[in-house]
Design a protein around this ligand. Structure first.
Ligand SMILES: Nc1ncnc2c1ncn2[C@@H]1O[C@H](COP(=O)(O)OP(=O)(O)OP(=O)(O)O)[C@@H](O)[C@H]1O
Length: 369
């Protein structure tokens, strides 16, 4: 199978000695929407710029559609890049901005106009085609930048925080448009962001990066429910992490001795008896119960022994949702949400003692390092 993009142990060391990216492996199929997600300085932009050809590759290989690209200059790569600043020419019309790349390539006017018209219409920009870009709104400018990137019909569109300059409402609206456009056109998108919600909403797969290395590559739901590493467990979603040592690993599940007792979760990775591990529990998996002996017995049976004591330290009811903070025996505070219809009145008043439990299948046991 020929991938649209392959990174094979790609690394980048800048001239000043900074290692920005190490041993980056990734294979992207045609039409995939991939997000690079990670904290500031983890190497997202550097990787994107290496794909575009604006930065040299220090080690490893990069292929587009099976052709090695390491030494191919940016203008000869089948890629387009959209910058956070959009980098539009302020005094040119929208039409001229969009057609500029084709002009540089030396396309005849008739062909250029046809392509420009088509993309202006796809992005709903016909009505402002003759306007100057400095007089337009953020959302319009963002669309023009997209049109300019797409008009050259790239195999891969590279987007560096393209929604970063937009306010929250517009950002949400353009997110939806972007996803729809990408699926309609079937162009491979590689998108850099440090907004987790954006990556989770938009992409087919997310590459989580940390300190120049790939931590995990997974579809959003899997990343959320089955982190592979302690970094991902902390970075994505709202997880509570219990450190401990494996008491028993039976193939699918592991029982882990933690300071909060023996707790069970689904094994993910190399987890054997006595291994030092983290048991990761997503906030969404946690159920809340009263503390009577009956409650305790029932919770313990139903949730395979995953029961811990906690105290509600804050409770705000918003509509049908109680937003709670619960203190664990070790002093940690966790945030939870509960539908108030499901629980008896007053169960979550500040100061109440509760039991927290979760199904073993919804917790994940991963190696501690
Ligand atoms: N031209 C450069 N010369 C030297 N070091 C650089 C250069 N550009 C980036 N770096 C360093 O390389 C590392 C990765 O930077 P990069 O911009 O790729 O991260 P990022 O994940 O995109 O960050 P952000 O989210 O803040 O944009 C950082 O330590 C950064 O300081």
């Amino acid at each position: 199978m020929i991938f649209d993009l392959e990174l094979m142990k790609v690394g980048k060391v800048y001239d000043n000695g900074t290692t920005a990216v190490s041993e980056f492996d990734l294979s992207v199929s045609k039409g995939e929407f991939i997000a690079f997600l990670g904290p500031s300085g983890c190497g997202k932009t550097t990787t994107l710029r290496m794909i575009a050809g604006f930065e040299g590759i220090s080690s490893g290989d990069m292929m587009i559609k099976g052709v090695r690209m390491n030494d191919v200059p940016p203008e000869r790569r089948p890629t387009s890049m959209i910058f956070q600043s959009y980098a539009l020419f302020p005094h040119m019309t929208v039409r001229r901005n969009v057609g500029y790349g084709l002009e540089v390539k030396g396309l005849a006017k008739a062909e250029r106009d046809a392509k420009v018209d088509r993309i202006l219409s796809t992005l709903g920009l016909e009505d402002i085609a003759e306007r100057k870009t400095d007089k337009l709104s953020g959302g319009q400018r963002q669309r023009i930048a997209l049109a300019r990137g797409l008009v050259v019909e790239p195999d891969i569109l590279l987007l560096d925080e393209p929604l970063g300059a937009l306010d929250a409402n517009l950002r949400k609206a353009i997110q939806n448009e972007l996803k729809l456009l990408q699926k309609t056109l079937g162009v491979t998108f590689i998108f850099v962001t440090h907004a987790q919600s954006e990556a989770l909403a938009l992409s087919d797969r997310i590459v989580v990066m940390n300190q120049g290395r790939v931590e995990q590559i997974s579809p959003p739901h899997q990343l959320y429910t089955r982190p592979n590493t302690p970094f991902v467990a902390q970075f994505i979603g709202r997880n509570t992490i219990f450190s401990g040592e494996v008491q028993k690993a039976d193939g699918e599940n592991a029982v882990v001795n933690t300071p909060a007792g023996a707790l069970t979760g689904r094994i993910n990775g190399a987890v054997a008896s006595k291994a030092k591990v983290n048991l990761v529990v997503p906030a969404e998996a946690i159920e809340i119960h009263g503390t009577s002996d009956t409650d305790r017995g029932r919770a313990s049976t139903e949730f395979g022994g995953n029961v811990i004591d906690a105290k509600i330290t804050r409770s705000d009811v918003v509509g049908h949702l109680a937003q709670l903070t619960a203190a664990l025996p070790d002093g940690r505070a966790i945030s939870l949400e509960a539908h108030i219809d499901k629980y008896r009145p007053g169960a979550f008043a500040t100061g109440s003692d509760v039991l927290l439990s979760w199904k073993p299948s919804e917790a994940t046991v991963i190696p501690a390092h």
